[in-house]
Design a protein around this ligand. Structure first.
Ligand code: HEC
Ligand code: HEC
Length: 215
């Protein structure tokens, strides 16, 4: 065993060395800074989305852990630009918007990568729906979201299996009633809107979501 003072010396010189090599080596330094920034940005998200980004239904903040970086980026950009989260009926979207507005384009890229790296959370179903009826209703959805709802980046369609059912329900209602996807600048939202409009009523939405829950 080394005496405590020697240990401290070693720890100190190791820290100094790391700093020094960081300063001499530009790419290394950038990585260290980017990581620190990613953690700081991430902490902001946990206030509403939870420590592991598992979501908090009480404030309508969905689980976002493990959503693909391209989708998280696209949505943060939409919130920031007011393409999403500005409709007067979109209380939850308005809660998210100021956060996105405080982020720079670089922040958005960094934090989206961090969100995508988190493990997705399984959330217990809260809604009643008939998955057998939902299976038929899901058939047209496969064209964009895929047969197991894993999403399709080429079509800008996100995975649906990682999001809690109450959140999917809200979004289908939002799309149907023009609370989301009706902004003229929302190109990808406009692709989704008619699909939600094609679901006859809230029971149809519950059914299709129940089926998504089995995938
Ligand atoms: C003040 C609370 C709050 C904070 C802080 C917050 N969010 Fe949100 N976020 C929400 C709410 C509420 C929603 C749901 C909006 C809706 O229903 O349309 C949301 C929605 C989202 C969505 C859309 C999810 C989807 O499936 O379309 C993403 C992505 C997201 N947040 C990422 C983040 C990230 C990344 C951070 C940190 C930089 C963050 N949020 C910080 C409250 C918050
Ligand atoms: C033509 C392609 C297309 C079809 C078909 C389609 N969607 Fe989508 N969907 C999208 C796109 C694109 C988005 C992302 C919109 C955006 O960028 O805001 C989306 C978003 C969603 C969302 C919001 C997810 C989130 O995390 O906020 C839900 C829920 C959803 N779709 C469910 C469905 C269901 C259920 C069906 C079948 C009834 C369906 N979609 C059919 C393209 C499609």
């Amino acid at each position: 065993m080394l005496p405590r003072s020697n240990m401290r010396m070693i720890t100190f010189s190791f820290a100094a060395l790391t700093l020094l090599s960081g300063a001499c080596n530009e790419p290394g330094k950038q990585v260290v800074q980017a990581d620190a920034n990613a953690d700081q940005l991430y902490q902001l998200c946990t206030q509403c989305h939870g420590q592991q980004l598992e979501g908090n239904s009480e404030i309508a903040a969905p689980a976002v852990a493990g959503l693909p970086a391209w989708y998280v980026e696209s949505q943060l950009e939409k919130f920031k630009a007011g393409v999403r989260g500005t409709h007067f009926d979109d209380i939850a979207g308005m809660r998210m918007r100021p956060m996105a507005m405080s982020l720079t384009a670089a922040d958005i890229k960094t934090v989206a990568g961090k969100v995508a790296d988190m493990a997705p959370h399984a959330t217990p179903p809260l809604l009643d729906g008939d998955p057998a009826r939902g299976k038929t209703l899901y058939a047209p959805c496969t064209a964009c979201h895929g047969p197991v709802a894993a999403g399709n980046q080429q079509l800008s369609a996100p995975p649906l299996t990682q999001s809690p059912d109450w959140y999917l329900f809200t979004q289908l209602k939002n799309f149907k009633h023009g609370v989301r996807g009706a902004n003229p600048k929302d190109i990808t939202g406009a692709q989704m809107r008619p699909m939600a409009q094609g679901l006859a009523d809230e029971q149809a939405m519950r059914d299709v979501i129940a089926y998504i829950g089995t995938l």
